[in-house]
Design a protein around this ligand. Structure first.
Ligand SMILES: [Zn+2]
Length: 173
């Protein structure tokens, strides 16, 4: 089953995102090479590029400059996955995470990322190289990132559920 992730971040960011450009759809490896050549995204000292990505409902890869809001990149969403990607020359994906506090996708959303990259023939590591575990505090509504299996809210110390607990709504809502 493919999961669709709705935006779960602050409403103010979603509002602000309405006036920001959507991510660029990568239809091919050629599109990706062009985007990396022309887009002002961040480059590391090793000459690798880091970008914000989302996978849309058509399982397409969309990219935006690093630190762009995922909700803007996705034009509001929903998405099948979201996070950050690092590209080396080729171009190939050399690192990828599901780090998106806007959508809080599960590490289990990897197959959507893999499918999108395979469809345009871009090499990738075969997994999220950094897996982020998001939980919503059911007491204070803070979004926490769980580290080292420590399922405790950073704000109010409430215990966090073991299971992913953001809503997955149906389409069109
Ligand atoms: Zn809390």
């Amino acid at each position: 089953m493919v999961r669709r992730y709705q935006y779960v971040g602050p409403a103010s960011l979603r509002e602000a995102a309405r006036t920001q450009p959507a991510g660029a759809v990568m239809h091919s490896q050629h599109d990706l090479a062009d985007w990396l050549r022309t887009c002002p995204t961040e480059q590391t000292v090793d000459g690798e590029w880091v970008a914000t990505f989302v996978i849309d409902q058509q399982q397409q890869l969309l990219l935006a400059p690093r630190r762009s809001e995922h909700v803007a990149c996705a034009q509001g969403g929903p998405v099948l996955s979201a996070g950050e990607m690092t590209f080396a020359a080729g171009p190939a994906v050399v690192a990828v995470s599901n780090q998106s506090t806007g959508f809080c996708p599960e590490p289990d959303s990897w197959p959507a990322v893999e499918g999108a990259l395979d469809a345009i023939g871009v090499r990738h590591p075969g997994r999220f190289t950094t897996e982020v575990v998001f939980r919503l505090c059911e007491d204070c509504s803070q979004i926490s990132i769980v580290k080292d299996d420590w399922y405790v809210c950073v704000v109010c110390d409430a215990e966090l559920p073991r299971a992913w607990n953001f809503s997955r709504r149906k389409d069109g809502r």
